[in-house]
Design a protein around this ligand. Sequence first.
Ligand SMILES: [Ca+2]
Length: 261
Amino acid sequence: MIPLYVDSDCALGSFTGDVDDAFALAALLASDAPLSGVGAVFGNTREPLARRNLGRLLALAGRAPQVLRGADNRGSQGDTPASRWLASPGPRLRALALGPLTNLAAALGMPGSRARERIVEVIAVAGMLGPGPAQWDLNRRCDPGALDALVRSGIPVTLVPCDVARRLWIRPATLRQLPGQLGRRLASGSRRWIVRNALLLRWGFPVWDLVAAMYALEPHAFDTDEASDGTRRVKGFEPEMLWASFVERLARSHAGTTPPK
Ligand SMILES: [Ca+2]
């Protein structure tokens, strides 16, 4: 498997913001997926908080907690350690964009950038398959030009549309059954999000970014098509099967084994 670079606005560990990024990272860590790098970006939370939260999750899984500093707003694109690293010569990678695409677009635009050669695929949680509230598509809203730049770059882009990702909706009781240290951290870190949603009369929450991480691990489990702009789009998946596979990965990791890559 070509190593993954993960760009994330992880808010599990912050006082506000959606907690779904942490589920995506946990899926990758529990699967022992090769990670070439992890970068932080603004979105669900401030970039420094995303970087801290990501570092803590990596450390909990026994990985080096080094996380590249990325953009803290769309205007800061152009020169961050994350964008410089992506633009520098290096081994090929697949980029999993769980937040606004600012770091990736900035890397493409840097003078002498090697990002086009390095990045063989971008998987991003962005866009909509059908009609829906604009607020669902947070990653695109935070930096509308960044996704356009990636689509124009010629790098193969797979979008996990927000209205499709939203179909993976979990309930509080399900969270309490998650195995292992990572599972317990996900459950405890999600409590404030469950309370927040309950106040909005929602029971549970969608785990948008986990869908993209599972696509990176198990692309055969998803229905896709090609859009007119050349991007591949995830059209469907079986939420119960996907969640079961995620829990199994956590359980196997907890038991000291990982499923085959
Ligand atoms: Ca995210």
